[in-house]
Design a protein around this ligand. Structure first.
Ligand code: SAM
Length: 319
């Protein structure tokens, strides 16, 4: 192949990535993977799903090419990746976050308009798939994250913007008394998720953490993936509020996607900023450098960070 073609292939990869994503989102919407735990022909599957046979066959072939399905003599079934992550009810299920991604897809389609207005283009939102999607993601790592946070000696903790309560559950398992603070519509879901996990030592507080009281007397405040939905000014105010709510020697631990000082790398994090541009009036990803600077200015000390895959944990102490 010519070197020109090879170079252009790099570009094609960038613009062509939407294709496998769209195919996966549609397959997830039709819950194809729930059906393909058993082997089925395209004809049998299209009957079950009440879909067009030609469309079903083309989609299944693409999914097989992508390695999500196996195809054997025109019979399809889940490949190990689908079987582990895409079948409802499995412990590592990721279908809710993929449904949430389908809503994001609609919103990202307004990016051209956002470039002119600077305002969010939030046409699609399904709160349940967003919050359960957070649970899908956090379930993959909550144990490791809470181990790194270190909760020895912590008696009371606030899970600020705690979402579905995945991290609350992990901390509560170690006997910490948790207060999960979030919006009322989220807390409804969190009560269900934490209730199913059998956790009794979790209290709930509802409100807007930017304007409402978040309580006080905490040894630890865990603020996971919330600053990016706030503007810079809101983030700084929230840090002040957290400092007030902590006990002496209490710790604030922030979890955010790791972003370098250039705010461009790693690319997943700068793309995540685009997500916040499209979905919020003032949010974006903040670099580790920015957040550490804010913490120091707010009066926190002993600031330490730890990289955990694509996120960073930043710990700061109220002396
Ligand atoms: C990206 S989710 C993170 C959930 C959880 N902390 C985690 O890491 O899995 C952000 C959470 O913050 C909550 N949230 C965002 N803005 C809020 C606000 N102003 N007041 C209260 N909760 C808020 C959302 O409802 C959502 O549950």
């Amino acid at each position: 192949m010519s070197s020109l073609m090879n170079e252009a292939k790099e570009l094609m990869k960038l613009w062509g990535w939407f294709r496998p994503a769209r195919v996966l989102l549609t397959a997830n919407n039709y819950r194809i993977f729930d059906h393909l735990e058993k082997q089925l022909s395209a004809k049998d599957l299209s009957k079950k799903l009440k879909t067009d046979l030609r469309a079903t066959e083309i989609l299944l072939d693409a999914l097989s090419g992508m390695g999500v399905l196996k195809k054997n003599k025109n019979i399809y079934s889940n490949a190990p990746l689908a079987s582990k992550f895409l079948v409802s009810g499995k412990p590592h299920y990721q279908g809710d976050i993929i449904r949430h991604a389908d809503n994001l897809w609609q919103n990202w389609s307004g990016l051209d308009e956002v470039m002119k207005t600077g305002k969010p283009y939030r046409k699609a939102h399904d709160h349940k798939s967003f919050i359960l999607g957070m649970h899908n993601l956090a379930s993959l790592k909550a144990k490791d994250v809470i181990k790194s946070v270190g909760i020895k000696g912590v008696k009371t903790a606030l899970d600020l913007g705690g979402g579905p309560g995945t991290y609350s559950i992990e901390m509560a398992r170690h006997g910490v008394h948790i207060t999960l603070f979030d919006r009322p519509e989220t807390v409804d879901i969190a009560m269900d998720v934490t209730g199913k996990a059998g956790m009794k030592n979790i209290d709930f507080m509802t409100g807007d953490f930017l304007y409402d009281d978040i309580g006080k007397g905490y040894d630890l405040i865990f603020a996971s993936q919330i600053l990016h939905s706030c503007s810079e000014k809101e983030s700084k105010n929230l840090l002040k509020k957290c400092r007030k709510a902590l006990n002496k020697n209490g710790r604030l631990v922030i979890q955010e996607f790791y972003l370098e000082k250039d705010r461009a790398h790693p690319v997943n994090s700068s793309l995540f900023s685009v997500n916040m541009l499209v979905n919020t009036p003032g949010g974006r990803g903040y670099s580790l450098h920015e957040m550490k600077k804010w913490l120091l200015k707010t009066g926190f000390r002993k600031i330490k960070e730890k990289l955990m895959g694509d996120t960073v944990l930043i710990q700061a102490v109220k002396l």
